[in-house]
Design a protein around this ligand. Structure first.
Ligand SMILES: Nc1nc2c(ncn2[C@@H]2O[C@H](COP(=O)(O)OP(=O)(O)OP(=O)(O)O)[C@@H](O)[C@H]2O)c(=O)[nH]1
Length: 635
């Protein structure tokens, strides 16, 4: 059913009221000057989603109920983890000085792995609200997100949130903003998104400070696809920003990327639920359903145009680049086809995941998947389990190494000298290679100064090179390091957090490749190499890494009926060994007497435990061991 647009009125008393009586509102006459497209960007947990909720409530798009907390976080994993994974969009109507304004708000995720979502969201905007926590101040992702907006030449409105907190120090944060971003502190708005304090000021400043989009409605239709998701019944729902002309139901459109044409079945605004309309006009943000069957048909960054009026494609985005690769296998091979369909459906929705079929001796048929980062991988895994009820084994993640080949045979086989290796088991031998290259990142760490010494020693331990260090105020330091990606991908962030009592923050960006002296390290269980545990390690660290991996496997693999030798080897040379002693776990040992229900319960529990195990040869390995084996302890 079509819902009437809901309006919010601003009057001189800063009071808000809701009107629902303007059903016949004609967007074709709506002046572009009264449209504002903006994103909310911030470090994780600084309050983006809470502020979005308040803005939605104040403009009447949602009601003020407890149930509506973080309505833009729709996915189960988002609600459970309290993080935003997928950017969502909402169109709000707001009355200012007797005029109606259309404010298109795009909520974005804060975690480093999802900064790709941030960059595509802001490409549909003219301005951003940069939220900073009044207690924590500027954090690593605040800096990263600021630069995304700054480089896109957007207007930035700094908003200091959580001023209600006992330890809030908005003045200190304003000084940081002035020092680090060169934005006069007078431009900051102090709010409490939780209590709603001063939030109406944010709406006012959006209208006053952000420029309207400068698009021509008389020009041919041209729209940027900035997000897309898959609906089982209706196919692809593409989120679009109209940069020119208008689009109507029934129009035939073409995707510039694939050159395929489609008929528009439905289009409308997101408020934040879909609100079908007859037309969308330049300057608006909305959704389009046009019979596309796969998300790949609505490539993020693609341009849509009218079949009869071809236009030049808009500059797209840098394609998302997978930074972490891992094998994914069904717990039980008989579930392969169920898992295949689940992976297909989930990747339909997340085009930043790369998928390649793969198979392994021990784990059977599966896939090698590429992710933007480890959290992205964990979220994908969790969604597979929760939304598709699929049980999977994820192998140790690896970063994409490169090798410059010297062997004429291999060069001929690959058709080129430089190859990228996303599976350590396929790492070419040193004798066939001129040089190995490893991916590097520039990391930004922001921390209270008392932790600087500890953090520096951990960075050194992880082969990082310091680039610079500045004080952002009298207590906080911002450090830049060049890191090998491999050194930070699995557990660096957790260590940084724990060693700084949660105060340090970290963000990184791609810094190309650098020559590296790396070797392939195999792990053997009872003499049998386990491909899925193969890793690439720096040559100087091979012994300590091998020893640590054997120790962790010794902890992770439960004792079994026979002794298990865990060995690390480089080529034919074993460099470390641990032994898991034989042991038989009789769960009924302490169960005296004839209480049969208790016995059955214990046996069931043991059977469930076994389901989480996987046979590698004769050895049972818990499924988590594959990932946990890489998590190290920094001194
Ligand atoms: N005291 C106080 N807490 C707030 C305020 N705004 C948000 N919070 C709390 O801060 C936490 C994080 O808020 P979110 O809105 O989820 O933050 P976010 O930036 O959207 O987080 P991500 O989407 O994960 O990046 C929640 O527990 C909120 O209740 C505020 O103004 N005051």
């Amino acid at each position: 059913m079509k819902r009437a647009p809901i309006y919010c009125t601003h009057n001189t008393n800063n009071m808000f009221s809701t009107q629902t009586d303007k059903e016949n509102f004609d967007m074709s006459k709506f002046p572009v000057e009264r449209i504002r497209n903006f994103s909310i960007i911030a470090h994780i947990d600084h309050g983006k989603s809470t502020l979005a909720d308040r803005l939605l409530e104040m403009t009447g798009a949602i009601s003020k109920t407890e149930k509506n907390r973080q309505v833009l976080d729709k996915l189960q994993v988002e609600r459970e983890r309290g993080i935003t994974v997928k950017a969502q969009t909402a169109s709000l109507f707001y009355q200012y000085q007797g005029e109606t304004y259309l404010l298109n708000l795009i909520d974005t995720p804060g975690h480093v792995d999802f900064s790709y979502e941030v960059s595509r969201s802001i490409s549909a905007c003219q301005g951003v609200l940069l939220i900073v926590d009044a207690n924590q101040g500027i954090q690593a992702q605040t800096v990263a997100n600021f630069y995304l907006a700054f480089e896109a030449q957007l207007t930035i409105i700094p908003v200091i949130n959580k001023i209600d907190l006992k330890n809030a120090d908005p003045e200190r944060v304003e000084n940081q903003i002035e020092k680090v971003f060169d934005i006069p502190k007078e431009e900051c708005i102090r709010i409490s998104a939780k209590l709603g304090t001063n939030v109406e000021q944010v709406l006012l400043e959006v209208v006053k400070r952000l420029p309207p989009p400068s698009f021509n409605r008389a020009a041919p239709f041209r729209a940027l696809v900035f997000d897309s998701n898959f609906d089982h019944y209706r196919g692809v729902v593409a989120n679009v920003a109209l940069f020119g002309g208008c689009l109507s139901k029934g129009d035939r459109i073409v995707s510039a990327y694939l050159g395929k044409s489609y008929e528009v079945n439905e289009l409308g605004l997101l408020r934040p639920d879909e609100h079908p309309t007859e037309k969308l006009f330049a300057g608006q943000v909305g959704y389009v359903i046009a019979g596309m069957k796969e998300v790949k048909e609505a490539q993020i960054g693609d341009t849509l145009y009218h079949q009869k009026h071809p236009v030049e494609a808009l500059p797209g985005f840098k394609p998302a680049k997978a930074m972490v690769f891992a094998g994914m296998y069904p717990m039980d091979q008989s579930d392969y086809s169920i898992l295949r369909s689940a992976v297909e459906k989930l990747t339909l929705n997340d085009s930043s995941v790369t998928v390649q079929r793969d198979s392994s001796m021990a784990l059977g048929a599966g896939w090698r998947l590429g992710f933007l980062g480890l959290l992205h991988m964990e979220v994908f895994n969790q969604r597979l389990e929760q939304e598709y009820n699929a049980s999977v084994i994820v192998t140790a993640p690896t970063v994409p190494y490169k090798a410059i080949l010297s062997s004429p045979r291999l060069i001929k086989e690959h058709g080129r000298e430089e190859i990228t290796i996303v599976n350590p088991a396929q790492f070419p031998d040193r004798t066939l290679v001129r040089e190995y290259l490893e991916p590097m990142v520039t990391g930004t760490i922001i921390t209270p100064d008392e932790y600087v010494g500890k953090i520096m020693s951990v960075c050194l331990n992880r082969r990082a090179v310091q680039k610079n260090m500045i004080y952002i105020d009298d207590r906080r330091v911002m450090m830049k390091y060049l890191f090998p990606l491999n050194e930070i991908v699995v557990d660096f962030y957790d260590h940084l957090k724990s060693m700084s009592s949660g105060y340090a923050s970290f963000d990184y960006e791609d810094a190309g490749y650098q020559a590296a002296d790396v070797v392939k390290m195999d792990i053997l269980l009872n003499g049998k190499p386990v491909e899925e545990l193969t890793t690439i390690v720096h040559k100087d660290r091979a012994y300590s890494a091998g020893k640590a991996m054997c120790e962790r496997l010794q902890d992770a693999i439960p004792r079994q009926m026979f002794e298990i030798a865990v060995q690390a080897a480089i080529g034919n040379k074993v460099i470390a060994r641990e032994t898991i002693k034989a042991y038989k776990k009789n769960v009924l040992a302490k169960c005296y007497g004839g209480d049969i229900t208790r016995k059955m319960k214990l046996l069931k529990k043991q059977a469930e435990g076994k389901k989480k195990m996987r046979y590698i040869g004769t050895v049972q390995v818990p499924k988590d061991a594959f990932i946990n084996v890489l998590k190290r302890k920094d001194k």
